[in-house]
Design a protein around this ligand. Structure first.
Ligand code: SF4
Ligand code: SF4
Length: 261
């Protein structure tokens, strides 16, 4: 990855058609402001604890909760995604953010990556070319070096860790129990704003006993290989998705634009 400088030109392009992964507290605020939030679910089979030097597994573990599908242990990662169709409802006519002081962390981190295993690729970002030729160093020697962005990324990763058990409580409250497999895609639920906001508030205030109770999940996969392997581990599956299911499967190919991790 080449060294990069960056200075935001305030063009506002990243505030259009850009789904925002929100913390639980941010999701409550987003809904209170009249925005829409969807729930993205993915899971990794976790038959045994990976070795400590498996950094990808450690990253997944930190932002997920332990659950089961039948007899098969899982780590389930749930994302709360603020959906922006067209221009963000907070974007003003002068391309400034109308909630600048309380905008979500991911808006402050952009265009840097939250996922430590994703290299920042300017061609995949909305920023104009001139944004990358001025300003302070952002990437040097393959690493994020901007101190403010680094601190934000670490705060956000900590929030993802702290939110994981609350999201398990949220899924239980909403009856969310189907997940896609990691690397294949996400199962996406779009609960109505009122019930989702109410459930988020209850989950935020859940007791340790409520948070400790594990959940059971069904897996949705189009992969014959995954079906066979996980069937052997005793997993449960969605047999045949129906038109009236409260979820849809969004397949991931390469980098998931809808759900930056
Ligand atoms: S909250 Fe503000 S910074 Fe974030 S997408 Fe909306 S207008 Fe842009
Ligand atoms: S697209 Fe890039 S340059 Fe434009 S407002 Fe967003 S962060 Fe700034």
């Amino acid at each position: 990855m080449p060294d990069l400088r960056f200075a935001c030109t305030q063009c506002g392009r990243c505030c259009h058609h850009h789904n925002l992964p929100l913390t639980l507290h941010e999701a409550i605020g987003w809904l209170e402001d009249g925005g829409d939030v969807q729930v993205f679910c993915e899971a990794a089979p976790w038959p045994m604890e990976p070795p400590p030097d498996d950094l990808r597994a450690a990253h997944r573990r930190r932002r997920s909760f332990a659950a089961r599908s039948g007899a098969c242990p899982l780590r389930v990662t749930v994302l709360l995604v603020g959906v922006i169709a067209g221009a963000c409802r907070h974007l003003r006519a002068d391309m400034r953010c109308g909630i600048y002081a309380r905008r979500p962390m991911v808006c402050r981190i952009y265009p840097a990556e939250l996922n430590p295993f994703l290299a920042l690729d300017p061609s995949g970002k909305a920023c104009p070319s001139e944004a990358w030729t001025q300003g302070a160093p952002l990437i040097a020697g393959g690493r994020l070096v901007d101190a403010d962005t680094l601190a934000l990324v670490e705060r956000r990763r900590q929030a993802d860790h702290d939110d994981a058990p609350l999201k398990q409580a949220l899924c239980r409250l909403l009856g969310i129990e189907v997940t896609a497999l990691a690397e294949e895609g996400f199962v996406v639920y779009a609960p109505a704003r009122g019930p989702l906001l109410a459930a988020l508030r209850v989950a935020r205030d859940a007791s340790p006993e409520q948070l400790a109770e594990p959940t059971q999940w069904r897996l949705l996969t189009a992969s014959i290989d995954s079906l066979a392997a996980l069937h052997a581990l005793g997993a449960r599956f969605v047999d045949a998705p129906r038109a009236d299911d409260p979820f849809r499967l969004v397949a991931v190919t390469g980098k998931a634009a809808a759900a930056p991790a």
